[in-house]
Design a protein around this ligand. Structure first.
Ligand code: DX5
Ligand code: ZN
Length: 222
């Protein structure tokens, strides 16, 4: 059965000097999750925000916080983010030597476990961890920066992942991150994604509520 659409604005494109207000604005604007991009200056070049910022924003919304760890050695961050109030913690397949163990570890802390794939990483790497995966996050740009263009070659990967999840009877959400906007949403949704990260397509617009509503209508209509 098709899951309900989740729109998850990425606070990477928010005004960091006014983060509490920026969180409250997208919550009021009708989004479903808060997407929280963590970068370590190693797995990807930039450094962004850590568990202390997650803890600071937690009182500003009751919506799920969707932590995307673009870091090497993600195991060292998991407990801190669980304590900071994360609802989902997603690690990169490329950064985990013992991916199954890491996903089980996240779940053991009462947090939903996600696994993310860079555009060049094949969907087949998910096959043996589906039993401990609550969320599959397909990157549709090379991670590190907001505002990049959607890589259309990823659309086939979304279809492939959709088929794999359905065939396995896996209930995990299928999330797509990078370059999702009004021009690409229909393509992404039609390929089988149910959860959509949008940074610049929400925070780059003057009216967050209208931007979220427009993205949702395109996803639901695909
Ligand atoms: C990129 C991040 C994304 C990014 C998306 O590395 O993981 O979440 O903020 O930004 P847009 O939607 O602008 O491509
Ligand atoms: Zn992200």
């Amino acid at each position: 059965m098709k899951k309900q659409t989740v729109i998850a604005p990425s606070i990477l494109s928010a005004d960091f000097a006014d983060l509490g207000a920026e969180i409250r604005a997208i919550d009021k604007g009708g989004c479903d999750w808060i997407h929280f991009d963590v970068m370590d200056g190693s797995f990807v070049p930039p450094i962004t925000i850590g568990d202390n910022v997650c803890k600071a924003i937690r009182p500003h919304t009751k919506l799920p916080i969707d932590v995307h760890l673009m870091v090497n050695h993600p195991d060292t961050q998991v407990e801190a983010f669980a304590k900071a109030g994360a609802d989902y913690i997603t690690v990169h397949q490329e950064a985990c030597i013992h991916l199954e163990r890491t996903l089980q570890y996240i779940r053991s802390l009462g947090v939903k476990a996600g696994v993310s794939l860079n555009p060049s990483t094949p969907v087949s790497t998910l096959k043996n961890v589906l039993h401990c995966t609550d969320l599959v996050l397909l990157m549709s740009v090379n991670p590190g920066y907001g505002g990049q263009s959607y890589i259309h070659a990823v659309t086939d990967k979304i279809r492939e992942a959709r088929t794999m999840l359905d065939d396995a009877g896996c209930d995990a959400r299928l999330e797509v991150d990078g370059g999702v906007n009004v021009a690409t949403m229909a393509e992404v949704a039609a390929a089988g994604a149910d959860t959509f990260v949008a940074g610049s397509a929400v925070y780059g617009k003057p009216d967050y509520s209208a931007a979220i509503a427009e993205l949702r209508a395109l996803a639901d209509g695909a």
